[in-house]
Design a protein around this ligand. Structure first.
Ligand SMILES: [Zn+2]
Length: 841
């Protein structure tokens, strides 16, 4: 059956010649398109996608048959298409469709949109694009479906002296009269519409770096070139890494990275013209924390990974977005791990993996892949299950098969499908062919079934018996089972791969052996150890990898949230990790303790704070309160996490005074370790008054890097004075805060332990304003803090409010957010009396 959202295939495009003339002052654009099409059967009309465009003229012509006028253009807003009625029937053959159209540069950060910045000369407009998933249709009439690939010949008519960029390199520039230039770009490879891009504005470009014949540049606002070096280095490494890994040269002619002041998502992999949020591209490594640098390296590698996997070989339809994104996420981890092994990228991935497991444990989780019909279905796929769970299950497969066999399958897949479109099973077939393992059978269960297993390991006569049940956040279960590719490691012996089938399985182990089930924490499972198996491991914690220790803490906290273990047991177990030196382990301990802190008041809370100080201060003292010059980056980051844990969760006055010194020095431009400076900002905000608040605003406006700006901006909602919160929330509707950032301010404000309730009230009363001003792609971020409000009346309010105010573009994520709120509310109910008894003196 023809899906109503899919275009008819009687006429399909082969090549687009586009001329676009943006008027930066008026925020409008005019365009013409000459589209070479193949008419496959006799037609009286041609249907294309178009949205918020005025089509002024249209006709088709053919060398053999002459011209046919378009007598009528009807627009269907709901299906986002235009039907061009022909004056006479077009016979099968090659035709050219000619269109003239115009539209507005919108402020919604999608389609062809307007971004602005202000300098001493005034306010300047950048005209730029964001087309994925289905917004190319807002810039030009097109067959806006990923399998209708075509070559794009793009020309931009722009004011003289203004930078104009598109996917291909510039090949010609000539005066167009009236102070404008006509800039033509090289033809693209045959590719999908969502990968087309143009950027026009007063910008600067770095000198190209020659990466084995591919010129790599970075495009930025005037005066920011000194912040470009790190991303270019990451880009250079990644380009070479992928060329080698994929065994295929870079498929296009050049790479430009563009840092945009207004950008809804993180970045976009447009072929040869990759666009980013400024904070994910521009950085001064001396003033950035390791996690901030890691984010940039990740995103750079991710978008370059797509140039092959996604751009050269593309999903047939949007149900395949998950594979596109999961694979690029996985490849970014692999690349960054190769670039900076000292960052232990797979260990820090543990935190992302946890966030996917939290969502995937819900009743309202979804299968990784699902049928996609409408554009809203497609936008719902850009979530933690696509990116993080998807990457995690690819990692599981890679570990199980071995890195080389997995890579050989990827090479086969890309070579076989270059310039084409695929379904997910094409990848499994290729890896199956190269590895000889039943990859499709295994992966189908992980792709088409939501959730994941809890493996229960217990000692048996001749080894370790492993049973599986689905792990469900509310403590229940169901009958889902998986074939689990698993690595099992005896601390005194070998590591082996086993495939855990639906029924109980046996991993060989000698009696009394200490065995890590899920060695390297590389499978997407949780583990419960029974019959003394856990103690055998916790007695020998230093012999576990950081990620394995992380897994123990993570699974323990998950047992608490699902009701299988009391919160007090987690608190008691935390003490055993006091000697740990790994960042991810500590982040997780502090995360669990942070939830406990939400459930206690008065003396009980003071005793929890004392417990946190008793746990964290010795670790901080061991590290030292100042960074050494030659210290590993992750050690610095750990110090920052500990400072924040002490100063916020532990309410430690020493930490607060140290933080005040670090923050003031950093703000004054003195050299302070970035991790300490970043943590100090949060500690000062938590303890801060109106004077601090003013300083933060100034620092936000004047900070020389995007990272420092964001530290101050996103610390504003952490202040605990209700009046300051009002001011912060008001500002999200003003000129100081960009609409790309405003939703996150609300999110952090609702996470504020003391003022979240007020932020929630403000969100409800100003909902219409938020919907008018903030980009719709970010509405789900705007509301995400709601799940931290865990009193019964708040749960009921949220249920009622979102029933009245649905978020159709993120319906599933909203449902999940509400379920997470209920799970957290149930945790509050169980844990509060338990913790009160524990911390009663
Ligand atoms: Zn991506």
């Amino acid at each position: 059956m023809q899906d109503r959202y899919r275009l008819p295939r009687a006429v399909v495009p082969a090549r687009y010649d586009l001329v676009l003339e943006p008027d930066l002052e008026a925020a409008t654009f005019a365009g013409t398109a000459e589209i070479a099409v193949e008419v496959h059967e006799r037609v009286d009309e041609i249907v294309v996608n178009a949205l918020d465009l005025t089509i002024e003229k249209a006709s088709i012509r053919s060398d053999g048959s002459g011209d046919i006028r378009v007598s009528d253009v009807t627009i269907d807003e709901e299906l986002q298409r235009a039907t061009l009625t022909l004056e006479s029937t077009a016979e099968p053959g090659s035709w050219t469709l000619a269109l003239t159209f115009r539209g507005d540069l919108n402020d919604q950060l999608h389609g062809f949109y307007r971004s602005t910045y202000t300098d001493d000369d005034g306010t300047h407009t950048i005209a730029t694009t964001q087309f994925e998933a289905a917004d190319a249709r807002r810039a030009f009439p097109c067959w806006d479906e990923p399998d209708l690939k075509a070559v794009f010949g793009i020309t931009l008519v722009v004011p003289e002296g203004v930078v104009a960029l598109s996917n291909g390199p510039e090949v010609a520039r000539e005066p167009a009269g009236d102070g404008r230039a006509r800039v033509r770009f090289a033809d693209t490879m045959s590719m999908s519409t969502y990968l087309v891009a143009f950027v026009v504005g007063r910008l600067e470009i770095t000198e190209p770096i020659d990466v084995d014949g591919v010129p790599l540049r970075l495009v930025h606002l005037p005066g920011k070139g000194h912040l470009s070096k790190f991303a270019l280095e990451a880009g250079e490494f990644s380009l070479r890494f992928f060329t080698d890994y994929y065994g295929i040269p870079y498929p296009d002619r050049k790479v430009d990275f563009v840092a945009l002041p207004d950008f809804a998502q993180g970045a976009m992999e447009n072929t040869g013209l990759i666009t980013y949020r400024e904070s994910l591209l521009l950085v001064d490594p001396m003033h950035a924390t390791q996690p901030e640098l890691e984010d940039i390296a990740d995103v750079v590698a991710h978008e370059l990974a797509h140039q092959w996997f996604g751009n050269l070989v593309t999903m047939r339809w949007w149900n395949g977005i998950w594979l596109n994104e999961a694979f690029a996420t996985f490849m970014a981890l692999l690349t960054v791990d190769a670039w900076r092994p000292d960052w232990e990228r797979w260990t820090s991935f543990g935190r992302y993996n946890t966030s996917a497991k939290e969502v995937d444990a819900l009743r309202s989780t979804r299968a990784v892949e699902y049928p996609v019909h409408s554009p809203d279905d497609a936008s719902g796929m850009f979530d933690v299950l696509t990116y993080q769970k998807g990457a995690a299950i690819l990692r599981m497969l890679e570990r199980y098969l071995g890195a080389d066999r997995f890579r050989d399958g990827i090479r086969l897949y890309l070579a076989r499908h270059a310039y084409g479109n695929t379904e997910t099973h094409d990848l499994w077939h290729a890896i199956e062919e190269s590895s000889g393992e039943p990859v499709r059978r295994i992966m189908d269960q992980w792709i088409w079934q939501g959730g994941y297993p809890l493996l229960t390991a217990s000692p048996a006569d001749d080894g370790i018996s492993i049973e599986q049940h689905r792990f469900v956040a509310d403590g229940g279960s169901d009958h889902a089972v998986w074939d689990v590719p698993l690595r099992v490691r005896a601390l005194d012996g070998d590591e082996t791969s086993v495939l855990v089938p639906a029924d109980a399985t046996m991993a060989p182990a000698s009696a009394g052996a200490a065995v890590v089930v899920n060695a390297g924490a590389s499978s997407f499972v949780r583990v419960r150890y029974e019959g003394g198996l856990l103690e055998r491991l916790t007695d020998r914690l230093p012999e576990l990898t950081p990620l394995e220790r992380y897994g123990l803490v993570d699974d323990h906290w998950a047992a608490v949230t699902s009701g299988a273990a009391p919160a007090t047991e987690f608190v008691a177990a935390a003490s055993r990790f006091g000697d740990d030196d790994d960042l991810a382990v500590w982040q997780l301990l502090l995360h669990g303790l942070g939830w406990c802190d939400r459930f206690l008041e008065g003396d009980h809370r003071e005793r929890l704070r004392a417990f946190v100080r008793g746990l964290v201060a010795p670790a901080m003292d061991r590290l030292g309160w100042e960074a050494d010059a030659d210290e590993p980056d992750r050690t610095r980051a750990l110090r920052g996490a500990l400072l924040q844990g002490l100063g916020v969760l532990g309410a430690d006055p020493n930490a607060e005074s140290a933080a005040r010194v670090f923050e003031a020095e950093a703000r004054a431009g003195k050299p302070v370790d970035a991790s300490l400076a970043a943590a100090a900002v949060n500690v000062v905000a938590f303890n801060g008054d109106a004077t601090d608040y003013e300083h933060f605003w100034t620092a936000f406006r004047e900070s020389p890097t995007p990272q420092e700006q964001y530290r101050y901006l996103f610390a504003l909602p952490l202040f605990r004075d209700p009046e300051l919160l009002e001011r912060t929330l008001d500002a999200t509707f003003g000129d100081d805060i960009r609409s790309q950032d405003a939703p996150f301010i609300f999110m952090y404000a609702m996470i504020n332990r003391d003022l979240g309730e007020r932020a929630w009230a403000a969100l409800r009363s100003r909902w219409d304003e938020t919907q008018e001003r903030f980009p719709s792609q970010l509405t789900i971020r705007l509301v995400d803090g709601t799940r931290y409000l865990t009193k019964p009346e708040q749960v009921a309010e949220a249920e009622a409010f979102f029933a009245e105010h649905p978020i159709p573009q993120s319906a599933k994520m909203l449902e999940q957010m509400l379920e997470r709120q209920r799970v957290a509310a149930a945790l509050r109910e169980r844990a509060t009396p338990d913790l009160e008894a524990y911390f009663s003196g």
